[in-house]
Design a protein. Structure first.
Length: 267
């Protein structure tokens, strides 16, 4: 009887302890950080007097860790990619005083422009492998080549670097550090300076959030660049009536040459 009494007491204590434990509400898991972005404009008109423009990307962080915010452990990278196009890169060589094409490589889906701004240098934001996976940074851009290539595979990197070098030289591939301002604890603003020869078409603004070097989330918005005025009419005419546009261009060139010869003719 004494053993049975002790067993019942122990069982009662266990049930009361379990009931007390069940009354404690479970803590919900921490919410992941989220953020949204917006653009200062959704369309940029390019005319004959277009000399470049500025694009402002606004963003807001939600569910951010306040301690990490105070310590500046969040990083943001904003990228504006121009329309992707297929291009052919050719290598020229001087032979007997004449420049001729020696080799060529085709790349698919190359961004026609690439502007990047970040809170800090990219090497301090995330590992190189992460940057390459997300196409962050001009040096980390990967260009796809078709299965049939006109150059040896080991030379593909040389042609790819040539594309990036020409883009940087023309001001179409740019990187800037420190052009992102936090206007409050959770609101940020990124300023991108756009070149005067901004490509026409659909551009994509990407904003990537990092926490202590770890990728958290990405958001994107579209920006359209369109031609206006006489340039828009000429471009539309060339696209819809290519044959007549070509004939008209030849006629204008012939007339200009003939008229210039008459004007500058010497007796």
């Amino acid at each position: 009887m004494r053993g049975l009494h002790g067993f019942l007491c122990a069982a009662a204590l266990a049930l009361s302890a379990g009931g007390a434990h069940a009354q404690v509400p479970a803590q919900p898991p921490p919410l992941p950080e989220t953020f949204e972005i917006g653009l200062s404009t959704e369309m940029i008109s390019v005319g004959t007097n277009f000399g470049g423009s500025r694009l402002v990307v606004f963003g807001a962080l939600d569910n951010a860790d306040q301690r990490l915010l105070r310590q500046g452990r969040y990083d943001i990278v904003v990228i504006l990619e121009g329309p992707r196009r297929d291009i052919v890169v050719r290598e020229k060589e001087r032979t007997v005083g004449i420049w001729i094409n020696r080799a060529a490589e085709r790349f698919n889906g190359v961004p026609s422009s690439y502007a990047l701004v970040s809170t800090r240098p990219l090497r301090d934001i995330a590992p190189a492998t992460t940057l390459r996976q997300l196409d962050i940074g001009v040096e980390n851009l990967e260009f796809e080549a078709p299965s049939i290539r006109t150059v040896r595979p080991e030379r593909k990197a040389e042609f790819s670097q040539a594309v990036k070098r020409l883009g940087e030289r023309g001001g179409l591939f740019t990187q800037t550090t420190g052009s992102i301002d936090f206007v409050s604890a959770t609101l940020f603003r990124a300023n991108l300076q756009l070149p005067s020869d901004l490509p026409v078409g659909r551009h994509v603004a990407r904003a990537i959030l990092f926490r202590e070097g770890v990728f958290v989330r990405e958001r994107s918005e579209d920006l359209w660049v369109v031609k206006t005025g006489i340039e828009s009419q000429i471009s539309r005419f060339a696209a819809t009536s290519g044959l007549f546009y070509g004939l008209l261009a030849v006629a204008v060139a012939v007339f200009t040459g003939w008229f210039g010869r008459i004007v500058f003719k010497r007796d």
